[in-house]
Design a protein around this ligand. Structure first.
Ligand SMILES: C[S@@+](CC[C@H](N)C(=O)[O-])C[C@H]1O[C@@H](n2cnc3c(N)ncnc32)[C@H](O)[C@@H]1O
Length: 390
């Protein structure tokens, strides 16, 4: 096949070093955040493509890819192993956009289709490549969908960094498959290989009632904190009664399971509330949480990157528990993207109420990006601030 890469033709079998490097050199993370320790293609992508090479070339039209970070798996399967019509699900919207941009750059647009994490994605799939999700529940949901919908002879390859892989992952894979084994590690990455799907049922979304908060929280596997309510979220919930009491419109930016959005809608009957998250699992969870609390008609949930699709200057109150990351530099980059989104959608005089780990240097950024920022509460772990759009 024509790989779309100038002068390169697809060679089947193991990833050809030169061809692979020419493909991977063209891939970028854009529009995802960038930082010195972040890459568009990692050792796990390379190992997954190597381990699955024979399976892909044997069933090139029955390949599905889950949680490809920026497109290396999808485009690698196409360009290096001849896959066609690859079905893809990526939880994160920026991942979808990065894959589309990388496909265009490498001339591979149209070689894959995007799907929800459902049976349509997996029906009849013989080869499934997946980046190991962060949580066991996210892996469990993935396993349940693959085991239910894929071909009985499917092989599922789940790759990750050795330091992030636990024996619990093997156990979760064994819930859905009779045969699970691990490959040898290479460059600190490893692949779990699962075959023999069992008859399993989907157990997501899971819902839990929090009597202390008067809320039921529903979560799909990949949603932040699952059915628990994060301690930072609780700190912001305590502060919410004094947040712009006369607001007519509010946005929960990075809404996760929708706890803040639903709490606001429940407490303020006249308020129009929008929950925004770039994660498909978060959006589905927030929709389920709103429904479980009888507020489906009061909370609109949108899958979006930093509220980019909402009208500029249209919102009175934004609440946000921004994402964090082990590295402070990355945490800042991720959070600043949301602060900029809040600044864009707030009307002048509108406020961003934000909670974050007290050790993070967000206050200066809030002042710079949004406007004058005051401290609402602070303890050794969490700080809540209110920033007025200037
Ligand atoms: C720390 S969690 C908070 C979730 C929820 N608000 C809560 O308090 O439980 C941060 C959320 O922000 C979302 N997020 C991160 N970056 C985003 C972006 N650029 N646009 C939209 N949502 C984003 C994540 O998917 C995640 O659900």
């Amino acid at each position: 096949m024509d790989t779309g890469l100038p002068g390169l033709r697809c060679r089947s079998g193991r990833v050809d070093g030169v061809l692979a490097e020419e493909l991977f050199a063209q891939l970028t993370r854009e529009p995802d955040v960038d930082a010195p320790d972040l890459v568009a293609v990692d050792a796990t992508d390379r190992l997954l493509l190597d381990e699955a090479a024979t399976a892909i070339t044997s069933h090139p039209d029955a390949v599905a890819v889950l949680d490809d970070a920026h497109g290396a798996l999808t485009l690698g399967a196409v360009a290096l192993h001849g896959a066609t019509g690859v079905r893809v699900h990526q939880d994160l919207l920026v991942g979808e956009r990065a894959l589309a941009a990388n496909a265009e750059r490498t001339g591979l647009t149209g070689t894959y289709t995007q799907h929800a994490l459902d049976t349509g994605l997996l029906r009849g799939a013989r080869v499934v490549l997946a980046k190991a999700p962060k949580s066991l529940d996210a892996l469990r949901e993935l396993v349940q969908v693959v085991a239910t919908a894929a071909h009985p002879e499917v092989t599922l390859y789940v790759g990750g960094r050795v330091k992030h892989m636990t024996l619990g992952m093997n156990d979760v894979l064994a819930e859905g498959f009779t045969d699970v084994h691990a490959t040898l590690a290479r460059q600190k990455s490893r692949v779990l290989v699962a075959r023999g799907p069992r008859a399993v049922r989907s157990s997501f979304p899971v819902c839990r009632e929090h009597a202390d908060l008067g809320l039921t929280v529903c979560a799909h596997g990949a949603a932040f904190a699952g059915v628990k309510v994060d301690r930072g979220t609780r700190a912001l919930l305590r502060a919410l009664p004094s947040a712009v009491p006369d607001a007519a419109t509010a946005v929960d930016l990075g809404c996760g399971t929708g706890v803040l959005a639903v709490a606001l809608a429940a407490a303020r009957p006249g308020l129009t509330v929008v929950g925004v998250d770039q994660s498909a699992a978060a959006v589905a969870s927030a929709v389920a949480t709103a429904a479980a609390n009888g507020l489906a008609d009061r909370v609109r949930v949108v899958r979006d990157d930093a509220a980019g699709s909402l009208e500029e200057g249209s919102v009175d109150l934004v609440v946000c528990n921004p994402p964090f990351h082990a590295g402070v530099a990355v945490s800042e980059t991720l959070a600043h993207r949301l602060f900029a989104g809040a600044a864009r959608v707030l009307r002048p005089g509108g406020e961003l109420w934000c909670v974050y780990n007290s050790h993070l240097p967000h206050r200066d950024a809030l002042r710079r990006i949004v406007g004058p920022t005051r401290q609402v509460s602070r303890d050794p772990t969490f700080t809540v601030t209110a920033s007025t759009r200037s």
